[in-house]
Each structure stands twice: as structure tokens, then as C-alpha cells.
Design a protein. Structure first.
Length: 246
């Protein structure tokens, strides 16, 4: 009769053999990475290795066994990536080669109402005065056409740009404490500064710019003019030449 110790040893050996068989079945490929190069091998039941494909340091792939399933998947992935790259390049070329707006054609701008912080809201002499002050500078420009905003747009329902707009401008105005120099004494003094900021967005080509201008709150109108001048320069000089023809 076989004693219990032998039975335990046989049981353990069976478990080891089973584990090895499972590993052999599931791990039938081996990848070696050496000096930036990758080689993928198929491993048979006897441990023999067959080179399936390899990738050099420049990313070039060489297939050695085109009938192997792993090699077929690699080729398919490579072709898909190539097609995606070609389509991206084609879209880029189309955008670059497409007709651009003429220098004398207007640029349609969606100007959002100025967002005022709490202090600026309190300091505003008449409701909407700051927003109208900014708007008047755009209306006076011969190359910019402001479009009417859809007041029902809000939150997640708001599109990236209003229909027909080339550019969207979102201004913010705030009052902040700052330090300046007293003209008489030359010493630093705490003053109230007005800060104008804007996010300028173009959809085609996709681009986002930010500008800011600040100055003494008592010179609000002067600071506002410098601010709108910066915004218009971005629209006319950076975005305008690349806008597609309407």
C-alpha cells in the first residue's frame, strides 16, 4: 500500500505539472526588449522560440511570420494607425489649402456680456455701463462685425461658438487692491486697480488666447481702451488671416 506521505508527494507533483501546463498554454509568446529594440517570439511546447516580428529603435516593424495570429494583429494595428495618420494629414492639408478670408472681409465676433466681480458691480455707476463701454470699441472697428447672441443659450446647451461667429470673446472685469507709487512722496501706497481680462476663442483654426490689462480704477475708461485694443489686435492679426472664407 502506498503510504500517506507518498500520496501527498504525488498530489503535489500533479499540481506542479498542471500549473506548468497551464503556463505553457497561456504564455506561448515571449517578448524581448534589448537596447530599445523589441523582438516577439512564439514559444512551442518544447520551449523552442520562433521570431514572429521585431521593432527597431526608429519604430520600424519587420514581420518574419505573416501567418502568425500575433503578427496579423500587429499588421492590422499598424495599418489602422497609418490610416488615421493619413486622414489627419489630409484634414490638415485641406484646412491649409482651403481658401482664406480676404483681408477686406469682416470678422464676425460673438462678444459675451462682461462678467463683473462683486466689487465692480457695486462700483458700476449704471448697470451694463462697463459692458457697453467695451462693446462700443468693437462696434467702432471697421473690420469687426458683432453678431447678436442667443440669450436662451446657457450651461451645457451653449455651443462652442455662436452660429456664424468666427471668434468668441468672453471679458471679465474686477476691482482689486494693488500697490503703486505716490507721485509726491515716491513711496508705495495701496490703490484700487481695475483689471480687464478676456478669453478669445477661434474655432477654425482652433485656438484660444488670453489678454489682460490693468490700471488705476479712476482711469477706468483709459484702461478699457487699452484692453480692447489688445483684444482686437489678437482678432485681426493672429486669428483673422487664418479664418476660412465665408
Amino acid at each position: 500500500m502506498v503510504n500517506h506521505t507518498c500520496l501527498r508527494m504525488i498530489g503535489s507533483l500533479c499540481c506542479v505539472v498542471t500549473v506548468l501546463m497551464l503556463v505553457g498554454c497561456s504564455s506561448n509568446y515571449y517578448t524581448a526588449n534589448v537596447n530599445g529594440e523589441q523582438k516577439v517570439y512564439r514559444v512551442d511546447e518544447q520551449g523552442g522560440k520562433t521570431l514572429i516580428y521585431e521593432t527597431d529603435q526608429q519604430g520600424k516593424i519587420t514581420i518574419h511570420d505573416a501567418d502568425d495570429p500575433m503578427a496579423k494583429r500587429k499588421v492590422a494595428a499598424q495599418e489602422a494607425a497609418g490610416n488615421l495618420s493619413r486622414k489627419t494629414a489630409e484634414r490638415f492639408d485641406q484646412a491649409n489649402n482651403g481658401s482664406k478670408r480676404q483681408s477686406n472681409e469682416p470678422i464676425y465676433v460673438d462678444l459675451a456680456p462682461a462678467e463683473l466681480d462683486e466689487q465692480m458691480q457695486k462700483a458700476e455707476r449704471a448697470k451694463g455701463a462697463v459692458a457697453e463701454q467695451i462693446r462700443s470699441e468693437f462696434v467702432a472697428d471697421p473690420m469687426i462685425r458683432l453678431i447678436e447672441r442667443d440669450h436662451e443659450r446657457s450651461g451645457l446647451l451653449k455651443p462652442h461658438l455662436s452660429a456664424g461667429a468666427d471668434v468668441e470673446v468672453s471679458p471679465k472685469v474686477s476691482l482689486k487692491e494693488a500697490y503703486g507709487l505716490d507721485r509726491k512722496t515716491g513711496k508705495p501706497v495701496k490703490v484700487l486697480a481695475v483689471v480687464f481680462e478676456a478669453t478669445i476663442t477661434s474655432q477654425t483654426p482652433p485656438a484660444t488666447y488670453t489678454v489682460s490689462e490693468s490700471g488705476h480704477a479712476q482711469r477706468n475708461l483709459e484702461v478699457s481702451k487699452r484692453f480692447t485694443k489688445q483684444v482686437k489686435q489678437v482678432i485681426l492679426e493672429k486669428i483673422g488671416p487664418n479664418i476660412p472664407a465665408h
